[in-house]
Design a protein around this ligand. Structure first.
Ligand code: RTP
Ligand code: MG
Length: 156
């Protein structure tokens, strides 16, 4: 925490193929929550890249469906920064299942733009360690050019 007691972090947010056309509304939501979008890129993941990104889920029953979906079209990866960015972004996303999200009192990005339990509009790193890994995945740091992808940013 800095002098004001806030914890500045960076996290990897990804807009999944089903919500790509809602990128404007999603950036507005990020802005409204006082998070800062510092990097963004659109890319289409290969099957191999998707399997690498989601390696932690390789033994899950939904792994194949997840890879099928995430490689079905472009995604937009974003580096977002701000107070407790990791948990704040996941809070903005809402529950994993879009239908569950729609039943909640508080609206969320998945409630607004998600399709179902697998096609759920967005991804957010689940810890500072995941954020560092996932930021490096999409925005690799190059020696001598740009800061390293540490997700805990005490200086920003
Ligand atoms: P994410 O990693 O994408 O931010 O989502 P999450 O933490 O809320 O969910 P996680 O358990 O990490 O699952 C990763 C993604 O896999 C798909 N999924 N499908 N039963 C299913 O069909 C199912 N369960 C999970 C979702 O796309 C989920 O976001
Ligand atoms: Mg997850």
């Amino acid at each position: 925490a800095n002098k004001l007691g806030s914890k500045k972090e960076r996290t990897l947010a990804m807009v999944k193929p089903d919500a790509l056309t809602r990128i404007g509304d999603i950036i507005q939501t990020i802005y409204d929550r006082n998070l800062i979008l510092t990097k963004a890129k659109m890319t289409k993941l290969s099957w191999e890249q998707a399997a690498d990104f989601y390696a932690e889920h390789q033994s899950k029953s939904f792994f194949n469906n997840l890879l099928q979906f995430i490689t079905s079209g472009p995604v937009i990866a974003m580096d977002i920064m701000g107070d407790e960015a990791v948990s704040t972004w996941r809070e903005l996303l809402g529950p994993t299942d879009s239908d569950t999200a729609r039943r909640e009192a508080t609206q969320s990005l998945r409630a607004r733009f998600g399709t179902d339990g697998t096609q759920n509009a967005g991804h957010g790193s689940d810890s500072l360690a995941s954020a560092a890994r996932e930021l490096e995945f999409f925005f690799p740091s190059t020696v001598g050019r740009g800061p390293p992808n540490t997700a805990k940013c005490t200086d920003c």
